[in-house]
Write a protein that binds this ligand. Structure first.
Ligand code: A2P
Length: 317
């Protein structure tokens, strides 16, 4: 396994298992199989609704001697309804309880978007908090206390733009070690990646395969098919590997961690093997030509009528 050394000194396994959309009933088996294949990094979140099943798989895997807890890297994410200072630690403790763990390797602010307590997904404007009402600095301060208490070894963010990350870096005692963002050849995010590199923030690339198992309601008819991109297909053919492996190797070769989701044993193995594929600089340049600043997950679901959030505001674009 390849690792990224974080600013905390901890080592993040570059290939992790994404668990968003990993179906209840299937994710237990997928996690057990993934551990046997060699996966050590599991990317979870409270809102995915499957941390209990993942926790059972992790507990059974450690109890049966497949892996030691210390060799695992488990990340989870604070949902938008728990940004108030008093709500952060209980949310983290709920994830720990569901995951059957004493500590998380990484706890992440899922979005720079806040909802009122108890709201899973706002149905009306009143169910949001603006970031003026509940600033990220308040939420981050509570996360820092969780590190001090040993509940999380690293804290990080997700879906943070350069301005939001810059502000957090300037005003935090404990620095974010990771920014997890959507990243793939149709959304290379060169500037964000450079900013993270320059500031010792590791990047984890989510939706590296285009998240084609998303609900249809969240899909656009015009969205690119990453597996069918010409550069990706041609490099796959020339090298005798799969298009998905080209996409994952592209992420790792750029120095980012990457968290493809699969619950299929063959694809779990194919994805894991892609971490050792070395692409040439020319191949990476060629794949980068597919960039079109296209987001599959653009945050539009947080911008319904009356919401204090806009797509432009979330990404600062
Ligand atoms: P499955 O779970 O049946 O393998 P993302 O990681 O971008 O969210 O994409 C996840 C989607 O990609 C899922 O539909 C998953 O299906 C599919 N997938 C995972 N690995 C591969 C692969 N190696 N080739 C093609 N599709 C894959």
């Amino acid at each position: 396994m390849e690792y990224l050394t974080l600013s905390s000194g901890d080592r993040l396994p570059m290939l992790g298992l994404g668990t968003w959309k990993a179906e209840p009933g299937a994710v237990y088996k997928a996690v057990r199989q993934a551990i046997q294949i060699g996966y050590r990094h599991f990317d979870c979140a409270a809102i995915y609704g499957n941390e209990g099943e993942i926790g059972k798989a992790l507990a059974d895997a450690t109890a049966s001697g497949d892996v030691d807890r210390e060799a695992l890297w488990v990340s989870s994410k604070l949902w938008n309804n728990s940004h108030l200072q008093a709500d952060v630690r209980p949310a983290l403790e709920q994830s720990l309880s569901d995951l059957q763990l004493d500590y998380l390797d990484l706890y992440i602010i899922h979005w720079p978007v806040a909802f009122k307590p108890g709201v899973s997904f706002p149905q009306s404007a009143e169910e949001y908090f603006s970031l003026e009402e509940v600033p990220i600095s308040e939420t981050w301060g509570a996360l820092e206390l969780c590190v001090d208490r040993g509940l999380a070894r690293n804290i990080g963010v997700s879906n943070f733009s350069v301005p939001k990350l810059r502000s957090l870096l300037q005003h935090s005692k404990i620095k974010p070690t990771v920014n997890q963002v959507e990243m793939h050849p149709a959304l290379c995010q060169h500037k964000l990646k450079k900013f993270c590199d320059d500031n010792a923030v590791a990047v984890t690339a989510y939706s590296p395969l285009g998240s084609r198992d998303r609900a249809t309601a969240f899909k656009s008819k015009k969205e690119p098919d990453l597996l069918a991109l010409e550069a990706v297909r041609e490099i796959a053919e020339l090298r005798g590997i799969t298009p998905a492996q080209v996409l994952l190797a592209w992420a790792v070769n750029r120095g980012t961690a990457v968290i493809p989701k699969s619950t299929n044993p063959d694809r779990l193995k194919l994805n894991f093997d892609s971490v050792i594929i070395e692409l040439t600089p020319a191949e990476i340049d060629r794949i980068n030509q597919s960039d079109r600043n296209y987001r599959f997950i653009n945050g539009a679901f947080f911008t319904s009528k009356g919401s204090p959030y806009t797509v432009g505001g979330i990404w600062d674009q």
